[in-house]
Design a protein around this ligand. Structure first.
Ligand code: FE
Length: 341
């Protein structure tokens, strides 16, 4: 009952939000966004200033937005889906939610490995290894492969294997090394678990600092957030852990993305393409990346972020996001088979 009520209320709110614009000749863009950061206001204001197009924003959790788009089908008012993680964007693609976009601006600005025919990456984050400096040697955790080394028995903790961040990492391992090696790796990691997967990346870093486990993997923006935190507890956590860029002598550190695509049933297709192109502009790239301590997808755009600067330079894996998408289902199968829940 409560759920039904919530749904009705939100549906009414949505209709109210969009009905005014439906009649007012088309200077609007309806955005479904799984991002919500301090810099977003400036990001969206910049678009309206440049184009005169007003943005109606619906914010929600990533999977809720996907579910909502599926339910709305052809009646969806949404023009753009903005979300995080290649696995989720791939999922949206497989559900047939996106429309192909041809744009010279996007083709020139976004590197080829960071785009597909219907969705585009606008920022990148890396998946790094975080270890307890007093219990694990940095030289033992230089590669993702090391996490499966019996040397680390009882020391590894991570979030669930079903989470998109780990699915995308697994997809990259399949892409580089093939299914058999990927499965072996997963088995090895599971055999090294200090505990069954639970919590998010930040929880794992805190568990490493607290001695509950010795090594984990985390997206860089969680590390950066802890580095920039004023809280005494967070500072203590960061004193205890070291951060490694994995696979620097191999394919480079696994990269994941935030991205967006135009929806198949978008009522304002022209505005939608303009919005995607705007996201690739210098200013928008800065707001977009900095809002979540990420790197701009457009290589010529520089951000000054003290935490990212402190983490230093690294070699990033250039495996196309397309491949991450392609191996997503296989990644889930291997995690299931090897008990990486
Ligand atoms: Fe996240």
């Amino acid at each position: 009952m409560t759920n039904f009520l919530k749904l009705s209320v939100s549906t009414i709110a949505l209709c109210t939000a969009f009905s005014g614009s439906a009649f007012a000749q088309e200077k609007v863009l309806n955005l479904y966004s799984a991002r919500h950061y301090q810099t977003d206001e400036a990001l969206y204001a910049g678009f309206t200033q440049k184009t005169g197009i007003k943005i109606n924003r619906i914010e929600g959790k990533e999977d809720e937005l996907l579910e909502r788009l599926r339910n709305e089908g052809a009646n969806s008012p949404a023009d753009i889906l903005l979300t995080v993680d290649a696995a989720r964007l791939a999922n949206a693609h497989e559900l047939g939610l996106f429309a192909p976009v041809k744009s010279k601006v996007l083709e020139t600005r976004i590197p080829a490995h960071l785009r597909t025919d219907d969705w585009f990456s606008f920022s990148t984050r890396a998946r790094v290894i975080v270890y307890a400096k007093d219990r694990v040697k940095a030289e033992d955790v230089q590669n993702y492969a090391d996490l499966a080394n019996p040397k680390l028995k009882g020391l590894v903790c991570t979030r669930s294997g079903s989470h998109p961040y780990n699915l995308s990492l697994m997809a990259s391992i399949i892409g580089h090394s093939g299914e058999a090696k990927a499965e072996e790796w997963s088995k090895g990691v599971v055999a090294n678990f200090a505990r069954a997967p639970k919590g998010g990346d930040t929880d794992q870093i805190k568990a490493v600092a607290a001695g509950e486990c010795g090594v984990t993997i985390s997206n860089t923006y969680y590390v950066a957030r802890l580095m920039r935190s004023d809280k005494a507890g967070d500072k203590k956590v960061m004193e205890k852990v070291g951060v490694v860029w994995p696979d620097q002598k191999g394919h480079g550190t696994h990269i994941n993305v935030s991205g967006a695509g135009m929806l198949k049933h978008a009522p304002h297709k022209e505005a939608a393409v303009r919005f995607l192109e705007y996201l690739a502009s210098d200013d928008a790239q800065r707001y977009f990346a900095d809002g979540n301590n990420e790197w701009p997808a457009v290589p010529s755009v520089k951000v000054s972020n003290p935490a990212l600067e402190k983490l230093g330079k690294f070699k990033a894996d250039t495996l196309p996001v397309r491949s991450l998408a392609m191996y997503r289902a296989k990644a889930q199968m291997i995690f299931d088979r090897t008990g990486y829940r």
